[in-house]
Design a protein around this ligand. Structure first.
Ligand SMILES: [Zn+2]
Length: 57
């Protein structure tokens, strides 16, 4: 388990087995977050750039 912080809302996330470029969803604000760096016990996330047309209903 690795700790990460949501850059959008600041919530603490627990990631099981993060991989660089993996997209995870913040359980708090629902933002899609991309894993940009991995260190021993720390993961850095950024807001994922969503491409495509998923915004419409
Ligand atoms: Zn969040």
């Amino acid at each position: 388990m690795v700790k990460a912080k949501c850059p959008e809302c600041g919530a603490d996330l627990d990631l099981q087995d993060p991989v660089i470029r993996e997209i995870v969803e913040c359980p708090d604000c629902g933002s899609e977050l991309e894993v940009v760096s991995l260190e021993k016990n720390k993961v850095e996330l950024k807001i994922a750039e969503i491409e495509g047309e998923d915004w419409g209903e």
